[in-house]
Ligand binder design. Structure first.
Ligand SMILES: Cc1ncc(COP(=O)(O)O)c(C=O)c1O
Length: 407
């Protein structure tokens, strides 16, 4: 019997919410001989990427680049600014906020962790209330995840900034933009963020392996007083070497070639267009989910993520069994539900190097996969997405299903 397999031919659909598809231009840029990282040619590259990355963060401050995954940049933000026993305020928006909390606790910080239901972002009103209660200013930092990759829920960082200001509190503001940078609008300077943490493998369209800290003047002042042990992550030697385009240790030279190309691509498209593209693909995806009669994990439309969509499986159906079918039948990788929502949720990544037809292929794979896996749904999700992609959506406001408790 002849067996037809999608996995044997054509391109894999990597539609997890990062690492994302690496465009050919970036692959070609990385594919060059590695050069002397202390030679003059490297200095030119280093200066270009260190300057070129700033507008992507919306900053004129220094941005440091580590040869590390995002977790390294999380740790760097903390060890450079805080001391053992310092209190910090965090919110349980999902899996990644929880991991950052655990990392902070392992470093000896005391975390005030506000419980959440994994379906909404940080409540700015609560930030203000908690900080107002802290009259002695024991809380040294507020740490939030801009785009919770485990839930597809964003936090409005500008509102958190306003809340800190309204409380008249001096805490540092640290923001994880690992899955939002270069996908969802972000303004480090304008929103008064002190440390922005980012990674290479999502909106920046690079392979995993680089991560970033954008550093405000206030964070640099905190760095002088901070007592947590630091060595590899220390901003001091990094910033000193970066002045001439160099690094205090061996940089990820070939990924920096790729970063240079990624910055060129983002600037050619224009950041406003990049954000609008992500917004549009997200809206089309949500229309498909509604047409299927499935439920979004995010309950607040003002907090919908433009980088990915998290979909709740109908009760009695396993999201991982469904994802296994889409992989085997269509060579389509979708994101798994993580920790508290494992098996209950699947995630569709629509960030990075992505276009309308890639989205329709992805949604086609999801719709066919739902049939294969016997998940009850209505047809017409791809059609609904096409309607969004081909013009303004007819009809008025859309209504999501009532929310249930998941975490
Ligand atoms: C929001 C967020 N924060 C942190 C991380 C951890 O980054 P990494 O896995 O690159 O160490 C991720 C990874 O996906 C993430 O999505």
């Amino acid at each position: 019997m002849i067996r037809y397999s999608n996995a044997a031919s054509g391109r894999h659909f990597l539609q997890i919410p990062g690492p994302t598809n690496v465009p050919d231009r970036i692959l070609r840029a990385i594919d060059h001989p590695t050069i002397d990282h202390r030679g003059p040619e490297f200095g030119v590259l280093g200066r270009k990427v260190l300057a070129g990355i700033k507008p992507i963060f919306g900053t004129e401050c220094d941005v440091v680049i580590y040869p590390a995954s995002g977790t390294g940049a999380w740790e760097a933000a903390l060890v450079n600014t805080l001391s053992s026993g310092d209190r910090v305020l965090m919110f349980e928006t999902g899996h990644f906020a929880t991991l950052w909390r655990e990392l902070a606790e392992r470093l000896g910080l005391k975390v005030d962790f506000v419980a959440g239901d994994w379906r909404r972002g940080v409540d700015a009103g609560l930030v203000e209330a908690r900080l107002k209660e802290d009259r002695g200013h024991a809380i040294k930092a507020v740490m939030v995840v801009h785009n919770e990759t485990s839930t597809a829920v964003t936090t409005r960082v500008d509102a958190v900034r306003r809340a800190i200001d309204a409380a008249g509190h001096p805490a540092l503001l640290m923001v994880d933009t690992i899955s939002s940078l270069a996908s969802i609008e972000y303004r480090h300077d304008e929103w008064g963020v002190d440390v922005t943490v980012a990674g290479s493998q999502k909106g920046l369209m690079l392979p995993p392996g680089l991560s970033f800290n954008a550093i405000s003047a206030k964070a640099l002042a905190a760095h002088k007083q901070a007592g947590l042990p630091r060595s590899y992550w220390d901003w001091g030697p990094m910033l000193a070497a970066n002045k001439n385009g160099y690094f205090p240790y061996t940089p990820a030279t070939n990924l920096l070639y790729g970063l240079h190309e990624a910055i060129e691509m983002l600037m050619e498209e224009g950041l406003a267009n990049v954000f609008a593209r992500h917004d549009r693909h997200a809206e089309a995806t949500r229309s498909a989910v509604r047409a299927w009669g499935l439920e979004l994990l995010c309950v607040n439309p003002a907090e919908y993520s433009s980088a990915l969509t998290a979909v709740l499986m109908p009760a009695g159906h396993d999201a991982d069994a469904f994802r296994k079918q889409t992989l085997e039948a269509y060579d389509l990788s979708l994101g798994a539900g993580l920790s508290k929502v494992a098996g209950k949720v699947f995630r569709i990544g629509h960030l990075g190097s992505f276009n309308d037809l890639m989205l329709l292929g992805t949604l086609g794979g999801v719709e066919m996969g739902l049939s294969l896996a016997g998940v009850p749904h209505a047809k017409g999700g791809v059609q609904a997405a096409m309607e969004v992609l081909t013009g303004p959506k007819p009809g008025g406001a859309v209504k999501d299903a009532p929310a249930r408790s998941v975490a």
